[in-house]
Design a protein around this ligand. Structure first.
Ligand code: CUA
Length: 173
């Protein structure tokens, strides 16, 4: 009897894990049911709005504040590499093109969920220069364990001396 219950539980767990990665079949209808859908449409992120490719990465406002826009998708982040100055508040705005992902800055307590159809915003200040891996900390499918981005925190004056393109992203093109 005990074995049967364990087996059923294993099947149920597997089903939940499987369904949680089937965004269009499961997450989207559930999301709409709970009144979502005000945010960016995951299917057209690259076509118009805040998350078109030319608008991704770090952007400086005239007042001096820094905003980083990113897309999480199976199985990478766009852009993969971002560079920010140390000791400066950085506002992250992130959305997902498919399943739910979670950005976590390894070695810090900072993390940020990326949810399809919504924009998650948070402001972090990285005190010291350093390099941080950004692994995905939410199971999002077969490539989950290989999904990671990269954050470079550089001294303020070094950031200021970068060319605009290099400030936007440190991704190799
Ligand atoms: Cu994305 Cu796990």
């Amino acid at each position: 009897m005990k074995k049967k219950v364990g087996f059923a539980a294993a099947i149920a767990l597997f089903a939940v894990a499987l369904l949680s990665t089937r965004y269009y079949m499961v997450d989207l209808p559930v999301w709409h049911f709970f009144g979502g859908g005000q945010g960016p449409d995951p299917a057209t992120l690259h076509l118009h709005g805040e998350f078109v490719e030319s608008n991704l990465g770090a952007a400086e406002a005239p007042a001096g504040s820094l905003t980083v826009r990113m897309i999480a998708q199976q199985f990478n982040f766009v852009p993969q590499c971002i560079v920010v100055p140390a000791g400066v508040p950085v506002t992250f705005r992130i959305t997902s093109a498919d399943a739910v992902h979670k950005l976590s800055f390894l070695g810090t307590e900072y993390g940020l969920k990326a949810v399809p159809g919504a924009v998650t915003e948070a402001t972090f200040t990285f005190a010291k220069p350093g390099e941080f891996k950004i692994p995905c900390h939410e199971f999002c499918g077969a490539g989950h364990y290989a999904m990671r981005g990269h954050l470079e925190v550089v001294p303020r004056d070094q950031f200021a001396s970068l060319r605009p393109g290099e400030r936007r992203t440190c991704e190799q093109r």
